[in-house]
Design a protein around this ligand. Structure first.
Ligand code: FEO
Length: 401
């Protein structure tokens, strides 16, 4: 038997049996710079239960970890909290090889699984708040629709008081440490924020409703076990408070300045605008797109008070890298940020107007008229750029006063 992978105990009878993906760097457009984990959990009651699974290439790792505790064929119940393939991609093979008695999902989960697999397997649905006793394990299921798919749900195990929170409270971080308190706090905050900004932000209003609902569910978790990254066992209140803060989208005295450039003119403008913002005392994050990934832009924007976007005009359009990032940010629906556009141009200069159009669609408040400079900015033009930075800094401070 392959014994290279072992189950890791989380409580007396709950084991982590997931997989570590050290190599993944692209998660549908999100740059997972530190890899990720696909977390699956084995509940070793008198009827073993598997909560979620792993991405298909990692099934062997998961099954080997399970085998270190129990023969996988003894698992009679599979729970699918979420149909996305990083958690459910292996279900077809597991259904065929383990032949469990039950596969449990939400009603939307059943539909999504059938639409993915087009399979004959029955799926037992659970309603929001439904409690099931499976052998000596009592589980309650709560729908978390649109966090972040319509099918998403979370599962609470009584006694051990583990909340299997699926994608919520997760992060993309490959590590051998299984508990958050074994990892540096700054690393956790950075990756949790990146995950929130890129996966959860669009659904911030849904998070607020969930957080308001949590105290009414009648469950008090001792562990929060998400499907990516480490398990939380300490200071769960701070974790929830952090989510509440990010969901509120309250701006801070920080500006994010995103740009790309063709012949360094828009870059010169960006540097001068940034200088103005910085000299007014703002925290400024300069993100040249030749050296910055769109998902890092989303992360930096999470707590910012302003978004400034610079683009040259290329063939009457926004420069492609800038258009890519803007499209991505628009989908995430950041709110409560001031915005401004700028850019160098040759003869037509439509990019700034296009960017402002996108800002309007994003419901971001324009802090200043877009600044367009023909060809190469001279000293006077760079002074205008700096003044733009100073002016926007003043408006951010005004809003926060
Ligand atoms: Fe980690 Fe929405 O899947």
């Amino acid at each position: 038997m392959n014994t290279s992978f072992q189950a890791i105990p989380l409580t007396d009878r709950v084991y982590w049996v997931g997989a570590i993906d050290w190599a993944v760097r692209n998660f549908h457009g999100y740059q997972t710079s530190r890899g990720t984990t696909y977390n699956a959990f084995l509940i070793m009651g008198d009827e073993p239960i598997l909560v979620d699974t792993v991405k298909p290439p990692f099934l062997d790792e998961m099954l080997t970890r399970i085998s270190s505790v129990v023969e996988p064929q003894r698992i009679r119940t599979l729970i699918s909290n979420h149909a996305e393939m990083d958690h459910s991609g292996g279900l077809s093979l597991l259904m065929a090889t383990l032949q469990p008695q039950r596969l449990i999902a939400s009603a939307q989960g059943k539909k999504a699984l059938q639409q993915h697999f087009h399979w004959p397997h029955p799926v037992e649905t659970v309603a929001d708040g439904q409690r099931l006793t499976l052998g000596n394990s009592a589980l309650t299921f709560f729908e978390t629709r649109m966090l972040h798919w319509p099918d998403s749900m979370i599962t609470f195990l009584e006694g051990d008081d583990v909340l299997f929170s699926n994608d919520i409270f997760g992060m993309h971080l490959a590590s051998f440490e299984r508990f958050a308190d074994q990892l540096p706090a700054n690393l956790l905050r950075e990756e949790a924020a990146k995950y929130f900004a890129n996966i959860i932000l669009l659904y911030a209003p849904v998070v607020e409703k969930l957080l308001a609902r949590l105290p009414t569910l009648g469950v008090t978790p001792r562990l929060i076990a998400p499907d990516h990254g480490p398990v939380w066992r300490q200071d769960l209140g701070s974790l929830v408070a952090q989510y509440a803060m990010w969901s509120s989208q309250k701006p801070t005295q920080k500006a994010v300045l995103v740009y790309d450039t063709m012949w360094h003119s828009t870059e010169k403008m960006a540097r001068a605008i940034g200088d103005g913002l910085g000299s007014a005392g703002l925290a400024v994050k300069m993100l040249p797109l030749g050296a910055s990934h769109r998902s890092d832009v989303a992360s930096e924007l999470l707590e910012a008070g302003a978004l400034l976007v610079g683009s040259p005009t290329l063939n009457n359009q926004i420069f492609p890298t800038v258009a890519d990032t803007l499209t991505y940010l628009k989908g995430l629906k950041p709110r409560n940020r001031l915005a401004a556009a700028f850019g160098s141009y040759g003869w037509s200069g439509e990019a700034v107007g296009h960017i402002e159009g996108t800002f309007q669609e994003m419901k971001l408040e324009l802090a200043a008229e877009g600044l367009r400079i023909p060809y190469v900015p001279d000293g006077a033009a760079l002074l205008r750029c700096r003044q733009l930075g100073l002016s926007i800094a003043g408006k951010i401070k005004e809003r926060l006063a």
